[in-house]
Design a binder for this molecule. Structure first.
Ligand code: URA
Length: 214
C-alpha cells in the first residue's frame, strides 16, 4: 500500500468541502430535500471487520438520503440479504439506518463518499476521495479480504493499495493478492446489472461464499 498520510481520517466529514461538483450537488439536494442526510456518507460496520465491501458512491435517494451505505438503495436489498445469508450481518435489513441491523466481521464503504450526479464519479473526485479509502483500509486491524463492487470501486481500491490494475484485473469472482489482502472483484449489485441478468443472486452469493472461505 502507498504510505498513509496520517492526517487523513478514515471517514470524510459530512460536510467535506473537497469536490466542488459534489458539494454543489449536495447543497442542491439539501435545498430540495432538507430532511435527507445530504453529506459524505460514513462507512458502516464492524471495526474488527475481516471483510471490507467497497461500493462506488451513495445513491441520491438511497445512502445520500439515509446516511448509511447502500441503505434505501435498490442495490442494498441484494447486498444486505447476502451479508445476512453468510453471517456477516445480524438482525433485519429494513432500508433505514435505524433498522437495528449490525454487521459482524464486515464493513461497507464507498470509493467516493458523496453522491455524484447521474451516479457517475469523475476521475478527479475519485483521486480526491481515495485517501479516505486508504485510511479506511489501514484502520481495520483484522482486515483480510476486500470485495469490490463494480469496476470503479475495484480500480480505486487497487490504486489505494498501491498496485496497478494489471496486478488485479477486474472480473466477476476474480481474486488477487494485493498488499497482503485478498482482493475479489464482483459486478456491482445495481438495478441495471440485476435487471439485465448480468448479475444474478447466485453469482453474487458465489463471490461472498468465496470471500468467507479462506
Ligand atoms: N449505494 C452505495 O452506498 N454505494 C453504491 O455503490 C451504490 C449504492
Amino acid at each position: 500500500m502507498t504510505t498513509r498520510n496520517n492526517s487523513v481520517p478514515a471517514e470524510a466529514p459530512a460536510n467535506c468541502p473537497l469536490c466542488p461538483r459534489l458539494v454543489a450537488y449536495r447543497q442542491d439536494n439539501a435545498s430540495q430535500e432538507p430532511a435527507w442526510f445530504n453529506g459524505a456518507v460514513p462507512s458502516f460496520g464492524d471495526p474488527n471487520a475481516h471483510l471490507l465491501v467497497v461500493g462506488l458512491a451513495p445513491g441520491r435517494t438511497g445512502a445520500n438520503r439515509t446516511g448509511r451505505p447502500f441503505t434505501g438503495d435498490y442495490a442494498g436489498d441484494l447486498l444486505y440479504a447476502t451479508l445476512l445469508k453468510f453471517g456477516l450481518a445480524q438482525g433485519e435489513y429494513d432500508r433505514r439506518p435505524d433498522d437495528g441491523l449490525t454487521l459482524a466481521g464486515a464493513m461497507i464503504t464507498n470509493a467516493v463518499r458523496c453522491a455524484p450526479p447521474q451516479n457517475k464519479t469523475t476521475t478527479p473526485e475519485e483521486n480526491t476521495c481515495r485517501p479516505f479509502l486508504q485510511a479506511r483500509i489501514q484502520a481495520l486491524p483484522q482486515l483480510k479480504t476486500i470485495v469490490t463492487l463494480g469496476l470503479v470501486a475495484h480500480r480505486n481500491t487497487v490504486k489505494a493499495l498501491g498496485a496497478k490494475i494489471k496486478d488485479a484485473p477486474f472480473g466477476h469472482g476474480h481474486e488477487a493478492k494485493i498488499a497482503g489482502y485478498r482482493l475479489i472483484s464482483s459486478y456491482h449489485c445495481s438495478r441495471y446489472n440485476t435487471n439485465t441478468g448480468r448479475l444474478t443472486t447466485e453469482m453474487f452469493e458465489a463471490v461472498f461464499r468465496q470471500a468467507v472461505n479462506s
